[in-house]
Ligand binder design. Structure first.
Ligand code: KG4
Ligand code: ZN
Length: 308
């Protein structure tokens, strides 16, 4: 019975898992607090985590209908993330583990995103390729088994989600940019502008800062915001898909998983699904609530760490 804590950025999240069975999963988003600043303010994020974490733990225990004494381990995101925010979750987790005399399990946030897949009734089968596309990271993993996860490609500069957020800000949309760009893109033409597909044929590394500059330098008077959003989104999806399929070929993997906030994008998941069908690759994407930050995925990663 694991209590899992996630405080790496602007969500305070708590989950309780009995094995891989999620008894409760709570996410307290801080978006409304950061919106007026156009992005996450780290100091503010830490302060809100401090205020939110204990009531959220209490309500998660209540929903799971258990007490602290029923817990057998405490897990928390250890890295990567905002230092101050991580510290709140880690200190809470370590204190609880000492008080209750049960193990503390530190979890890598990005491994957590991958482990969202293992909460599914039909989890992926190893070996697999996993694309993690979040606000701070874009990484490709080759996973041979639970103990052998290797990064085989990552971004050299901006992450995919970061590009969405920066472009949204530039276009006068709010924060976080991903869902707002996706909404505008729905009525736009993805072929209106051909943005460069950075490093498309250069190995498994990504680069999104050139694409960001291309959008910023575009003469916006000539296009609608919907067309700009749709064309930008198409370029990001194209690159992510191309590299993910290249990784499957290079590592001879027939299973592709995607995870992280950017994979909440429905145009992205539809595009991946169709492409994988064509290439007879088994495709997995978690439900939207498990794509964006949550603590259930941290609990799932801890379950496998704990089990050994
Ligand atoms: O994984 P996540 O929730 O937090 C991090 O670990 O960073 O990812 C957040 C990122 C943000 O950059 C956000 O704009 C992006 O995911 N995102 C999306 C969508 N929903 C969230 N990007 C594109 N389309 C979306 N629907
Ligand atoms: Zn994340």
């Amino acid at each position: 019975m694991i209590l899992a804590i996630e405080t790496s950025c602007d969500e305070t999240a708590i989950a309780i898992l009995d094995g891989l069975n999620v008894l409760s999963s709570k996410v307290a988003s801080q978006i409304k607090n950061h919106k007026k600043y156009g992005g996450v303010v780290p100091e503010l994020a830490s302060r809100i985590h401090t205020e939110t974490i204990h009531p959220l733990i209490a309500s998660a225990l209540e929903e799971a209908n258990i007490t602290f004494q029923d817990l057998t381990a405490i897990a928390a995101t250890e890295t990567p993330g905002l230092e101050g925010s991580l510290l709140i979750g880690l200190t809470t987790a370590k204190t609880l583990s000492k008080l209750l005399n049960i193990p503390f399990i530190p979890i890598n946030h990005l491994h957590g995103h991958l482990y969202a897949h293992f909460l599914s009734e039909t989890p992926p089968v190893f070996p697999l390729i996993c694309l993690i596309a979040s606000g701070g990271h874009t990484q490709l993993y080759h996973a041979k088994n639970h103990h052998d996860l290797t990064i085989i490609g990552q971004t050299r500069d901006d992450a995919a989600g970061e590009a969405f957020d920066k472009i949204a800000r530039h276009l006068g949309l709010n924060y976080p940019g991903g869902p707002l760009i996706e909404a505008k893109a729905k009525t736009g033409n993805p072929k209106a502008i051909h943005f460069t597909r950075p490093m498309l044929h250069q190995g498994l590394e990504f680069s999104f800062s050139g694409l960001k500059t291309a959008v910023i330098q575009l003469d916006k008077s000539a296009f609608s915001i919907e067309d700009i959003c749709a064309s930008f989104q198409a370029a990001v999806i194209d690159v992510l898909l191309h590299k993910s399929l290249a990784a499957c070929t290079q590592y001879n993997c027939k299973t592709l998983c995607i995870a992280g906030g950017v994979t909440a994008n429905q145009t992205l998941t539809e595009t991946f699904k169709k492409a994988c069908e064509k290439q007879q690759i088994t495709f997995h994407v978690p439900p939207i609530s498990l794509c964006t930050d949550n603590a259930a995925m941290i609990g799932a990663a801890a379950h496998f760490t704990h089990k050994g």
